[in-house]
Design a protein. Structure first.
Length: 209
């Protein structure tokens, strides 16, 4: 009887490990699939007036399934500033309004998640500091802008040369958010990531309550 080679043994073990531990990806949905994101994806933190995400946060690429954040890992910020760059053909939703739009002041507030340190992420990737891009005035993370209860100070000026884009650690799709060189905190645009599909998201929120 022929004995299996070492390579065959390793291959069999790898296949067994893969089938035993790989879980099927849970169905996810984009931000736009939730009629009322403020109540379906956000909940009070239980500590003061702050609010947090009440469901898990996943990569924006359908089928990737990489878990970016656990529930309650990010503090919700409201802003009327479109921070992330948008390009035609991008898989991300277009901006709610152009930066100079007169409707800007009355438009629906945008939701961002403030993450106090890289260790609060489950999986995330960072770009190199972008030397060409500056953030719009009023962006969370710039000096003098409310940026999260754990953020003591912001970056001076417009952040040009210090901005680092957040991307999926598995498939590199992004940006889904931003941070700054030399600062621990980061921000995620809630419109650029996915969540448990509405029925599953409701179940997660009921568990929290």
């Amino acid at each position: 009887m022929t004995r299996p080679s070492q390579a065959d043994i390793y291959a069999a073990l790898a296949a067994q490990s893969s089938s035993s531990f790989r879980k099927p990806a849970a169905p996810t949905a984009p931000y736009s699939a939730f009629p009322d994101p403020s109540s379906e994806l956000i909940t009070p933190s239980g500590s003061g007036p702050s609010r947090v995400n009440c469901t898990r946060v996943y990569c924006p690429r359908e089928g990737c399934g990489s878990l970016i954040l656990m529930d309650r890992a990010g503090e919700v910020l409201e802003s009327d500033v479109e921070v992330l760059p948008y390009h035609t053909g991008s898989p991300f939703p277009p901006p709610n309004f152009p930066p100079s739009s007169p409707e800007k002041a009355s438009a629906t507030k945008l939701h961002y998640l403030y993450i106090p340190s890289p260790f609060h992420f489950e999986n995330i990737g960072y770009s190199r500091p972008d030397k060409s891009m500056a953030l719009p005035p009023g962006s969370p993370g710039l000096q003098g802008v409310p940026s999260g209860s754990g953020q003591s100070k912001g970056v001076e000026g417009n952040g040009k040369g210090k901005v680092k884009w957040l991307i999926c650690a598995e498939c590199d799709l992004g940006p889904v958010g931003w941070g700054f060189e030399g600062m621990e905190g980061g921000w995620v645009d809630m419109r650029r990531v996915r969540y448990p599909a509405p029925a599953a998201a409701s179940a997660e929120k009921e568990k929290e309550e």
